[in-house]
Design a protein around this ligand. Structure first.
Ligand SMILES: C[S@@+](CC[C@H](N)C(=O)[O-])C[C@H]1O[C@@H](n2cnc3c(N)ncnc32)[C@H](O)[C@@H]1O
Length: 283
C-alpha cells in the first residue's frame, strides 16, 4: 500500500502539540501518574507528558514507522517509557504486569472511521460491550410470570461491524483504573448521532463526564481530515448523582504554534478556566 493511502487507512493525523498540552492541562496532570496513549502515533501526548516529568509512560501503535519516530523522540526518557507495536484493541503484550495493568490517565486521539475504518473481526468484537447494542430499555415492570419489581437486563443485539473509534473509547476505559481520568478526542458523531445513543448511555453508565470541548475544523490542518471533533473529559466510575458537564466551543486553535498566550490565546485561557471549573472526585 502506498504511504499516503496506508496512512489514510490507519486514520493517521497528528494532534498539534498545543492541543496535547491543553489536554494535559485540563486533566490536571500529575507526574506521579502512570499514563498511556493506546494509539500514540509519533507520540505527541507522551512527549508532552514526559516533558512534565511523568515517571511511567506507555504508547501503543500498529504502525512501526510512526512508532519508530515516537521512539526517537522519547529516547531521552529511557526506562520511563514503553512502546508497543501492536493492535491497540488487544491486551498489551508485556510480561510485566505493571505495564499490562491499569493506568491513572488514558489520553489520546484514536483512529476514526471517517476513512471507513470499521472492525469486523469477531475475535476483537467479542472483547467489547459496545459491539452490541441494547434493543430494549432496562425495566422493573412485571414480567410474563407476573413477578413484580424484577430487574431484567436489556436484551442486546450483536453488531457485525463497529466504527473503530467506538471500540477505542471502550479500550480507553478498559485501560483506566477506577477513579482514573480519560481525555479523548472523538468525532462529533459519537456525541450527537442517533445511532450512537447507546454509546452515550454506556459512557454515562460507567463514567462521570466533566467536560465536552468542541474543537474547530482547522485543528488538524495540513492533513487529510477536516473532521469535526471534540475532546471528552471523563473520570472512570460514578461519583456524583447530579453534577453537570462543562461544554465549551473553541473557535481559534493555531495548530502550528506553541501553547502560549501569545500564539494560542483562546486555548490558554480556556485551559485556565477549565482547571478552576473541573473538580475531579478525589480518588
Ligand atoms: C489519529 S492518529 C493519532 C496519533 C496520536 N495519538 C496523535 O494524536 O498524534 C491515530 C493513530 O492510531 C494508529 N492506529 C490505527 N489503527 C490502530 C490499531 N488498530 N491499533 C493501534 N494503533 C492504531 C495509527 O497508526 C495512528 O498513529
Amino acid at each position: 500500500m502506498a504511504k499516503s493511502s496506508r496512512s489514510k487507512a490507519l486514520a493517521q493525523f497528528w494532534t498539534p502539540p498545543a492541543v496535547a498540552e491543553f489536554m494535559l492541562e485540563i486533566v490536571q496532570f500529575d507526574p506521579l501518574w502512570k499514563v498511556i496513549d493506546p494509539a500514540c502515533g509519533e507520540g505527541v501526548f507522551l512527549q508532552k507528558a514526559a516533558e512534565r516529568g511523568a515517571g511511567a509512560l506507555a504508547g501503543v501503535d500498529i504502525d512501526p514507522n510512526a512508532l519508530e519516530r515516537a521512539k526517537q523522540a522519547l529516547h531521552p526518557y529511557g526506562e520511563r517509557v514503553r512502546l508497543y507495536c501492536q493492535d491497540g484493541l488487544q491486551p498489551i503484550d508485556d510480561p510485566n504486569p505493571f505495564w499490562r495493568g491499569e493506568y491513572d490517565l488514558v489520553i489520546g486521539n484514536p483512529p476514526f472511521a471517517a476513512t471507513g475504518y470499521r472492525i469486523h473481526d469477531p475475535r476483537i468484537l467479542q472483547r467489547f460491550e459496545l459491539s452490541s447494542e441494547p434493543i430494549d430499555e432496562p425495566t422493573d415492570e412485571p414480567d410474563e410470570q407476573g413477578q413484580l419489581f424484577e430487574y431484567r437486563e436489556p436484551r442486546r443485539r450483536r453488531k457485525s461491524a463497529v466504527a473503530i473509534e467506538i471500540l477505542y473509547l471502550e479500550r480507553f476505559s478498559q485501560l483506566c483504573r477506577h477513579g482514573g481520568r480519560i481525555c479523548i478526542i472523538l468525532p462529533d458523531g459519537v456525541l450527537a448521532n442517533r445511532n450512537t445513543r447507546y454509546v452515550r448511555q454506556w459512557i454515562l453508565q460507567h463514567h462521570h463526564v466533566y467536560a465536552v470541548i468542541s474543537l474547530p475544523r482547522n485543528t488538524f490542518k495540513g492533513v487529510e481530515t477536516s473532521a469535526k471533533t471534540s475532546i471528552l473529559v471523563l473520570q472512570k466510575g460514578r461519583f456524583y448523582e447530579k453534577r453537570g458537564a462543562h461544554m465549551m466551543i473553541l473557535e481559534q486553535v493555531n495548530p502550528d504554534a506553541p501553547f502560549d498566550r501569545e500564539s494560542n490565546p483562546e486555548l490558554v485561557s480556556a485551559a485556565s478556566a477549565l482547571r478552576k471549573w473541573l473538580q475531579f472526585a478525589p480518588c
